[in-house]
Write a protein that binds this ligand. Sequence first.
Ligand SMILES: Nc1ncnc2c1ncn2[C@@H]1O[C@H](COP(=O)(O)OP(=O)(O)OP(=O)(O)O)[C@@H](O)[C@H]1O
Length: 263
Amino acid sequence: MTTSTSPYIEVKDLAVSYDGQRLAVSDVDLEVGPSEFVAVLGPSGCGKSTLLQVLSGLLAPAAGTATIAGRDVTSTAGAAPRIGYVFQDHRLLPWRTVAQNLEIVLSAAGVPRDQWPERIDRYLRMLRVEAHRDAWPLRLSGGQRQRVSIARALAIDPAVVLMDEPFSTLDEVTARQMRQQLGDLFALRPTPVLFVTHSVREAVFLADRILILTPGPARVLETVTVDVPRPRAYEDATLAAIEAAIVARVVDLWTDVPAEASA
Ligand SMILES: Nc1ncnc2c1ncn2[C@@H]1O[C@H](COP(=O)(O)OP(=O)(O)OP(=O)(O)O)[C@@H](O)[C@H]1O
């Protein structure tokens, strides 16, 4: 049974293989509490997306277990917890308007139709893209599209949010605004979040805890707690010190530490 203090997301001894021979993820253990923002930090190709795909039920593990709210994510029995998934690219349907893209997920999540207009307005407003309600996704900027995709993930009132490098394709200024906004949203309404990134600075700015992964196959190398109250400032000295310590720890281990982190 899950209690309010049980981990909301729990992964134990997880191993994943795409071809039945090589492991993409090996012996990963992780927990995310009911109101916790956990970042998963690892080099390119180490298995971060693979981990999220297992949690969203898209991929079966070769070994180990993964549960959300106490429910095995590979099981089809009973009602599945609602998962808000934000991908690296926005994945909006170009032949549907912004509002229609949200309607699709609201329908799939079983939200009653009479609640859709209010939900859509609320979440588009929250992500500051309400002016684009009836626009076609291709008419929006990259940042606006990613805001819509976050609104789409949150509009179903997800039990858990999984985010896979959501800002990595954006320019640095937009990415920084989006991180700030996501941090503010989380502070207003804490939800279990598992946030995958290869940006050390992004992880430190956003997370309560950071799991540092090894190069693939991913294992958890170390867990870092970021004990800095919200709202946080991007240039906060404590955050900068934690970032520097993480970079020092991984610089010889990862071959490709992002330039912003090693500068
Ligand atoms: N569909 C697939 N079929 C076979 N191998 C795959 C598949 N998807 C990923 N892999 C392999 O699994 C490993 C982990 O990939 P994954 O995409 O999870 O890494 P990642 O850490 O998310 O990378 P990035 O930061 O570059 O997005 C890599 O070696 C990759 O080549």
